[in-house]
Design a protein around this ligand. Structure first.
Ligand SMILES: [Fe+2]
Ligand SMILES: [Fe+2]
Length: 278
């Protein structure tokens, strides 16, 4: 009944692409208040994270390629969705955010003067975060939960209508990605006890890791948007992750208290130390 139908459905969900304004924000950046200018600057590093999505999908593809065929064959939906949709949409997000910051900071276009070595680095010089494709796939889903809430939080702070529309549209894409990864993982979990067990092990190993950490620029990005992760936003993200895990497995493999502890431990180990060091 399913076959490849699900992947075609998921790709169709992204058919109605929104107008990015031809990546030309010269006039818009002139209208931004000092408050909104700070937001655009904070999102510059997030643009790197968006572009690194291509590297993340390359990494997922390699993990699938090198996994035993009997299990790897069921990952085709995630690889196809990654190549056909994630690569395309995250590239747009990255170019938009980098273009806004570049126009604001230098008056020059990022898109027209893009540094090939930066793109190469983001695609291929990535940190190896995952030991198998279950971990990378679960990380994409949980990471998109954070992405949606980041953009929702930014959207609520932005004053300029045009900039707010850009942020809202990126948020909507991330919402679609979140739903797609959920659908793909759920189908795998429900189709086989082996997949289910491996996804549970993967969840326990990586539920606190964001997929953009494959990029060495991730910490800069995370630090620059820290203020958008208010305590209530952070709590919502954790609740949402727990809700999704409950939806996938019937019961979350990790209780909320343990999730919080492991998130905080990871954050303190990787970000507080970094913030003190710089
Ligand atoms: Fe994105
Ligand atoms: Fe996304």
């Amino acid at each position: 009944m399913h076959g490849a139908r699900n992947i075609l459905r998921l790709l169709k969900l992204g058919d109605n692409k929104w107008d990015v304004g031809n990546y030309n924000y010269v006039d818009m950046v002139k209208e931004l208040s000092p408050h909104d200018q700070e937001i655009v600057k904070a999102l510059d590093n997030i643009g790197d994270g968006e572009l690194s999505a291509i590297g993340i999908i390359v990494q997922h593809q390699n993990l699938v390629k090198n996994y035993p065929r009997e299990l790897a064959k069921d990952f085709y939906e995630s690889v196809m969705y990654g190549f056909c949709m994630i690569n395309y949409e995250e590239m747009r997000h990255g170019f938009m955010l980098k273009e806004l910051a570049s126009q604001l900071n230098t008056g020059q276009s990022f898109v027209d003067n893009v540094d090939g070595s930066l793109i190469h680095e983001l695609m291929f010089e990535t940190n190896e975060l995952y030991k198998d494709p279950y971990e990378s796939l679960m990380s994409y889903l949980l990471g998109e939960i954070t992405n949606v809430e980041l953009y929702a939080s930014v959207e609520s702070h932005v004053e300029h209508e045009g900039l707010r529309n850009i942020v809202r549209n990126i948020k909507k894409d991330e919402q679609a990605h979140k739903g797609a990864w959920l659908s793909i993982i759920k189908r795998m979990v429900q189709s086989s006890e082996t997949h289910r067990e491996k996804f549970i092990a993967a969840t326990k190993a990586i539920h606190f890791i964001h997929q953009a950490e494959v990029s060495k620029y991730f910490k800069n990005g995370a630090l620059s948007v820290q203020k958008f992760f208010t305590p209530s936003v952070s709590k919502f993200i954790l609740d949402e992750k727990h809700k999704f895990l409950t939806d996938i497995f019937g019961e979350s493999p990790i209780d909320k208290k343990q999730m919080l502890t492991e998130h905080l431990d990871y954050f303190n180990e990787n970000f507080v130390a970094h913030a003190t060091a710089v």
